[in-house]
Design a protein around this ligand. Structure first.
Ligand SMILES: C[S@@+](CC[C@H](N)C(=O)[O-])C[C@H]1O[C@@H](n2cnc3c(N)ncnc32)[C@H](O)[C@@H]1O
Length: 279
């Protein structure tokens, strides 16, 4: 490995990340180096012996410096792939998780909706993916964070669905005077006491209001359950992501407010990760 080569810088960067205690230093260093070079990560090995040009070296050093402070890679790169599409990600939105793709898979198994509502849209990952998958649908994304809605609006333009996506500040279903065929929702669900046990990347860098709604972790579901009946069209479906231990509590509180058709769905690993209600 020649000094000044891509490979040498990569090893030095990975060593810095290891020293800082970053969990997967080799993978992260490769992702950051490929971004610095503007190439796909899979092509990096072809460039190990190349000289690292000063602009790429500076970009790589800056990004490693951010990762050493546990800034999530998606925030450093400013993007995340979700259901095969590229979403802008900033510190104002939850980094869309692979497990949330389960809600997309469930949604796409059902009938094509004309109108979609996404409660707590964040980056817009759920609403905008569904609008891209169903070109005739239109939808509304609600979020209490104006900064998140700005990111969602840029993502709507990036994916070419802005004309069909309305993005509006709001508090869950409050004041919604319309009914939707499909409602998707990934609310904050982490009990407050569990926040300290989260990975540093999440705890220190992701928006608190996207993570925890309060002491029990069920607070958002309770509010949404109380209001969602008025927003769900006859024959409509609502799909919720739930936390790891909420497979009994969330269906129970949906039944408490009168929903009879409540189904728990398991993810590919057999864990209860989503709840569906229909009428
Ligand atoms: C877990 S994140 C989900 C983001 C995105 N839907 C996803 O799945 O990646 C929860 C979102 O709910 C929003 N939120 C929190 N409280 C809210 C409220 N009272 N009304 C509407 N949105 C809220 C947060 O700002 C955050 O964007």
């Amino acid at each position: 490995m020649t000094p000044g080569s891509v490979g040498a810088a990569l090893r030095a960067g990975a060593a810095q990340l290891t020293a800082a205690g970053v969990p997967d230093p080799g993978r992260d260093a490769r992702l950051l180096m490929s971004a610095a070079l503007g190439i796909e990560p899979g092509r990096l090995t072809l460039h190990g012996m190349d000289d690292l040009a000063p602009p790429a070296a500076e970009a790589f050093a800056r990004m490693v410096g951010e990762r050493v402070r546990f800034r999530p890679v998606a925030q450093i790169l400013g993007r995340r792939l979700f259901w095969g599409r590229d979403f802008e990600v900033t510190g104002d939105v939850l980094d869309p998780r692979p497990e949330t793709e389960t809600l997309i898979a469930l949604a796409l198994e059902g009938a094509k909706p004309a109108r979609i509502l996404d409660l707590g849209t964040g980056s817009g990952a759920l609403l905008l993916t569904l609008l891209a998958e169903w070109p005739e649908a239109t939808g509304l994304g609600i979020d209490a964070s104006p900064a998140a809605l700005e990111v969602a609006a840029r993502n709507a333009r990036r994916l070419g669905v802005a004309a069909r996506a309305e993005l509006r500040p709001g508090d869950w279903c409050t004041g919604l005077a319309e009914r939707f065929d499909l409602i998707v929702c990934n609310p904050p669900y982490i009990p407050a006491a569990d926040l300290e046990g989260l990975d540093r990347d999440v705890r220190e860098w992701e928006p608190r209001m996207a993570l925890s709604p309060g002491v029990t972790g069920l607070e958002s579901y309770r509010i949404i359950a109380a209001g969602i009946g008025a927003c769900l069209a006859p024959g409509g479906r609502a799909l919720f992501e739930i936390g790891a231990d909420q497979g009994e509590s969330v269906p129970a509180l949906m039944r408490e407010v009168g929903f009879e058709n409540v189904r728990l769905h398991l993810d590919m690993g057999g864990k209860a990760r989503s709840v569906e209600i229909s009428r």
